[in-house]
Design a protein around this ligand. Structure first.
Ligand code: SF4
Length: 271
């Protein structure tokens, strides 16, 4: 990219970041790193901004706000600076439930991941005919202030780019739901239901125990009766009423989801 800008007014936008990247963005704007010495100035409205500093994996909640923000910017130069791995590619939120999913033709269902990242929104905007200027990617979780400054220095033409661009493709990373003896949708809804009772920390261990009982019961001729027997046996053995309650709840929830799935009915997932 040829250097054209010598003074850039930037607007900071969070599209679902964990706040880690935002702290680093604030950091480069403070007098210690003083990015204003390169002519970068933070403004309070996208209408005055040449560039958008974006952080976060682009959640569904943030999608429309982000879209309006970019549309509100002047059409030229409309530079987008994607700060943090989440903004570049979805990061740790890749295919997470709250992430925006782009409705591309011919691809639907769970096999189609919620990729995340600002590119999803930029692709929509380009399709709508909105002009988008250069996009600078500054990965890192979060990127260090020096890395952000290095990215901005590229933007203003103070340094040359050293890495080459590589396009993400599903052919490189094939996405598939993990295969298991119990359907993954059932496991996930039970896992989430359990979180409401015992929190994040204990749910994996309890669910693992329950899944072992389910696997055992599914091998018998009467899985429903066998699972009820195994759950009772488990409760008697552990002697902890809280665990017994969790197991009983998982048992009823398992049959609720399983029966609904078998009958092809609509039902509520706990996710
Ligand atoms: S890249 Fe890391 S620090 Fe930045 S928003 Fe994502 S998880 Fe948070």
């Amino acid at each position: 990219m040829k250097p054209k800008l010598r003074s850039i007014w930037v607007f900071h936008l969070n599209t679902g970041s964990c706040n880690g990247c935002d702290i680093e963005i604030i950091d480069v704007l403070t007098p210690f790193y003083d990015v204003e010495r390169f002519g970068i100035k933070l403004v309070g409205s996208p209408r005055h901004a040449h560039a958008l500093l974006v952080s976060g994996p682009l959640t569904r909640q943030a999608y429309y706000g982000a879209k309006e923000t970019i549309k509100a910017m002047p059409p030229q130069p409309r530079v987008i600076v994607a700060i943090g791995t989440c903004t570049c590619s979805g990061g740790i939120f890749y295919d997470g439930y709250p992430i925006y999913r782009r409705p591309e033709s011919g691809r639907k269902g769970l096999e189609y991941p919620r990729k995340g990242g600002i590119n999803e929104l930029l692709a929509d905007l380009r399709e709508e005919g909105e002009p988008i200027g250069p996009v600078i990617y500054i990965p890192g979780c979060p990127p260090r202030p020096e890395e952000i400054i290095y990215g901005i220095a590229q933007l203003v033409g103070l340094v040359e780019k050293r890495l080459s661009y590589q396009e993400y493709s599903d052919d490189i990373v094939k996405f598939r739901l993990p295969e298991g003896p119990i359907e993954e949708r059932i496991r996930l809804t039970l896992r989430e239901r359990l979180r409401h009772l015992v929190g994040y920390l204990d749910r994996e261990r309890i669910l693992e125990d329950f899944m072992k009982l389910v696997e055992q019961a599914e091998k018998s001729e009467n899985p429903r009766g066998e699972l009820a027997r195994l759950v009772k046996e488990y409760a008697a053995k552990c002697g902890d009423v809280r665990l017994a309650f969790c197991m009983a709840l998982l048992e009823s929830e398992y049959w609720r989801v399983r029966d609904a799935l078998d009958a092809g009915k609509e039902f509520v997932y706990w996710i």
